[in-house]
Design a protein around this ligand. Structure first.
Ligand SMILES: Nc1ncnc2c1ncn2[C@@H]1O[C@H](COP(=O)(O)OP(=O)(O)OP(=O)(O)O)[C@@H](O)[C@H]1O
Ligand SMILES: [Mg+2]
Length: 198
């Protein structure tokens, strides 16, 4: 394996869009979508009908992921591990970099509401995770010695995000994070949250 990259972030920040773009444009990259991988590795233990989401046993997933990575270590590939809980289940000692995708919560709200199957409650829960830096804090907690880079997707097309990502990759991930501070943003623009938290 050349590089193992965790791609995490709140639902709707564009993890799968970015990873799909990367594998479409480059040879030797593998996209591991943890949602699908959880099904394939029998880590799904139920379904939350209110949140319309699968319940995953993270310890089963963690073991399956480690096994998968060990089986691929000798191959000349870059691996993208895509999931909002990717930081939590990835074996830190093999991870080269963690990318945390971010999106300004009010913009994320509109993105999520456009997706079929996204009710207000589910969208609101994700907006709250984004506001409180949930995935970023989890990345710091679980991937202590790993380089963590935050990329803001708010005003970026998937193509622009792809170029930004590849530039980082080619620089061996020695690139700066985008500035993310939603709390100070909304302290000045609190009206933008009215629609979401009515
Ligand atoms: N940079 C972007 N700008 C605008 N819309 C985007 C961007 N990236 C993704 N989207 C749109 O947002 C939606 C969610 O994207 P995507 O499925 O890639 O997110 P995800 O982070 O993989 O979410 P999940 O955690 O639910 O799998 C899609 O409709 C996609 O087209
Ligand atoms: Mg996805």
């Amino acid at each position: 394996m050349r590089k193992i990259i965790v791609v995490t972030g709140t639902a709707g920040t564009g993890k799968t869009s970015l990873c799909s773009y990367v594998v479409r444009k480059n040879r030797g990259w593998v996209h591991l979508d943890l949602g699908k991988f959880a099904i394939d590795s029998n880590a799904v233990i139920g379904y939350d009908s209110i949140m319309k989401t699968r319940i995953v046993d993270t310890s089963v997933l963690k073991k399956a992921l480690r096994k998968y990575i060990l089986s691929k270590l000798g191959e000349d590939l870059n691996l993208l591990i895509d999931g909002h809980y990717a930081a939590e289940v990835s074996p830190a000692e093999y991870v080269d970099c963690c990318i945390v995708l971010r999106c300004r919560p009010d913009v994320l709200w509109h993105r999520l509401r456009k997706i079929k199957g996204y009710n207000e409650e589910k969208a609101r829960e994700n907006v709250e995770s984004e506001l409180t830096d949930y995935c970023y804090l989890n990345a710091k907690k679980y991937l202590k010695k790993v380089r963590i880079i935050q990329l803001d997707t708010t005003r970026k097309s998937i193509k622009n995000l792809y170029y930004r990502f590849m530039k980082c990759y080619k620089n061996d991930f020695k690139c700066k994070s985008d500035e993310v501070d939603w709390i100070s943003y909304f302290s000045k623009h609190s009206e933008k949250l009215n629609l979401i938290f009515r």
